[in-house]
Ligand binder design. Structure first.
Ligand code: NAD
Length: 523
């Protein structure tokens, strides 16, 4: 068990899932402490917003430089509390954040620039409109344990650059990465109260939702997301919900089996399968099905499972016992319903209590839990299909809609299939890595969530839109400011005809009527 929560005093014990070593103890913040953090953030926010964008970007640049300088330390820390291989921590936690900083350094000026809103309507051309993007104020971030550095960091950087203060409640399993993020931001020059970390469990998270924050960016399970959506609805609190996934991978008959099997193995087992964008369901054309399975099994047998601190490790432990039990239940259910176990299917107790052998199941179907519920573990369930239409139907037969992938040598065909899949993102000939494309929006449809993080759409979630409209003729009374009567009615009718009637004659008549030159028209 990676962490234990003592209900009476609500302490959390952060544990290395590879070794069982307790790394640190914390007391969960209570509602008053959470409120204190939010109050301090609210007091600090106007000052932070008042700094110029140039200053905030200078701080972001410094943060980027500090993170790159300390990358080894941060990656080791992430590995110590998640178990993932250090190389993976560098790629999926550090690189992603450094690149997000690059994106924000490049795009924020353009994004926050006031935008003219040209008016097309004849009656409104004497006004000038502009769009402003203003910070919400205090943004709450609640984050999960699987990417404990990159998920909150990318969200926090977007929130801070746009002038918000942030209160982050990291997962109770992995608070050390969040504290490190706080140190980096402080050292870079973010005022202490403009970014705060509040440590605790779900109760602490609920207190943050209730604390009067201006927006919440939540990443976690569908079950918690639904609870949060209910709490938020009662307060009309705007939320972004980045929830679970059951991402399908569709392999067409023309795909290169060697390339695609490598993609499937990485996509299913990166972070021991504990990735919201993991390949959780694999559909392979029947003509290459057995070849694909053999290639996957061969490659999986070469993967090295162990402590992520060891540079040779490919797959680390699962985060905790609960995750192992879900994995075992899904595999047992699939086997009892006729799935074929090709490799794996057992705990690797000799190296530690949280390790599980990477597993391939063939001949699965949609009656099995493993094809319907998020498993979040190192298993690749594979099913054959006959036609493109069947593959699309199977991919869409899910309550989730986070991401999907289509694998083919024919890009046009891949894109045609991508358009039919119900998901926030569809990758062609790759999986998972869309999270590392800083320009790309990240988020789901259906039960996978609401809203987006990352990219320009992620920035949009951090700002309130304000529209300012200036009248260019302040000394002129508007003709529609009362004085209703037959003349005004006719003038309005004429004006409507002038603008919207079809045919030149009708428009000319309209113009004459609205000008008052013609008062009667024969219909
Ligand atoms: P979780 O829902 O159990 O917890 C997420 C966070 O919510 C934690 O910080 C937790 O303390 C907090 N929390 C729990 N109950 C709460 C409540 N009532 N009010 C407020 N906060 C509460 O999820 P997890 O197990 O930490 O993470 C795994 C899940 O996250 C998976 O379903 C995975 O797919 C999903 N995930 C989604 C994305 C994405 O971008 N869509 C990314 C990573 C993980």
């Amino acid at each position: 068990m990676a962490v234990a929560v003592d209900i009476a005093v609500r302490r959390i014990h952060v544990t290395n899932p590879a070794t069982g070593e307790v790394l640190r103890d914390f007391e969960c913040a209570d509602a008053a402490q959470v409120q204190g953090c939010v109050n301090r953030a609210r007091a600090a926010q106007p000052g932070w917003q008042a700094t110029s964008l140039k200053q905030r970007l200078a701080i972001l640049g410094k943060f980027q430089q500090l993170l790159n300088d300390r990358k080894q330390h941060v990656a080791n820390l992430v590995t110590s509390e998640t178990g993932k291989p250090v190389a993976e921590a560098l790629l999926t936690e550090i690189l992603v954040v450094l690149d997000t900083a690059r994106f924000l350094l490049k795009e924020s000026y353009e994004f926050l620039k006031e935008q003219p809103v040209p008016h097309g309507g004849l009656a409104t051309r004497t006004k000038k409109g502009r769009l402003l993007r203003e910070p919400y104020g205090v943004i709450g971030i609640i984050s999960p344990w699987n990417y404990p550095f990159s998920i909150p960091a990318c969200e926090a950087l977007a929130a801070l650059v746009t002038g918000n203060a942030v209160v982050l409640k990291p997962s109770e399993l992995t608070p050390l990465s969040a504290l490190e993020l706080g140190s980096l931001l402080r050292d870079a020059g973010v005022p202490g109260n403009a970014f705060q970390v509040v440590i605790g469990d779900g109760v602490t998270g609920a207190a943050l939702v209730e604390s009067g924050i201006d927006k919440l960016v939540f990443t976690g399970s569908v079950a918690t997301g639904k609870r949060i959506a209910q709490m938020a609805a009662a307060r009309l609190l705007p939320v972004v919900l980045e929830l679970g996934g059951k991402d399908p991978m569709i392999v067409l008959e023309d795909a290169d089996v060697d390339v695609v099997s490598s993609g499937a193995v990485w996509g299913a087992f990166v972070n021991a399968g504990q990735t919201c964008l993991s390949v959780e369901r694999c559909y392979v054309h029947k003509s290459i099905y057995e070849n694909f399975l053999s290639a996957c099994v061969e490659k999986i047998r070469q993967l090295r499972v162990g402590n992520g601190m060891d540079a040779e490790t490919d797959i680390g432990p699962l985060i905790h016992e609960r995750q192992l039990r879900i994995l075992e239940e899904h595999i047992e259910d699939a086997l009892s319903r006729g799935a074929r176990l090709l490799t794996g299917g057992e705990r690797l107790k000799s190296i530690g209590s949280n390790f599980y052998a990477p597993t391939v199941l063939a001949d699965v179907n949609h009656q099995m839990r493993i094809m319907r519920e998020e498993t979040f573990g190192p298993v690749l369930p594979v099913m054959a299909f006959d036609s493109d239409a069947e593959a699309v139907r199977l991919a869409n037969d899910s309550e989730y809609g986070l991401a999907a992938s289509v694998w083919t040598r024919d890009r046009a065909r891949g894109e045609q299939i991508a358009r039919q899949i119900q998901a926030g993102t569809v990758m062609i000939n790759d999986a998972v890595s869309c999270f590392g494309i800083s320009e790309a929006p990240h988020g789901g449809v259906k039960a996978s969530g609401i809203g987006r993080t990352h990219g320009r759409l992620g920035l949009e979630e951090m700002v309130r839109i304000k529209y300012i409209d200036s009248d260019l003729l302040p000394g002129v009374k508007k003709p529609w400011w009362y004085g209703y009567g037959p003349n005004l009615t006719k003038a309005v009718e004429g004006f409507l005809d002038f603008q919207f009637a079809r045919g030149l004659t009708a428009r000319i008549k309209g113009a004459l009527r609205s000008s008052g030159l013609v008062t009667r028209t024969r219909r």
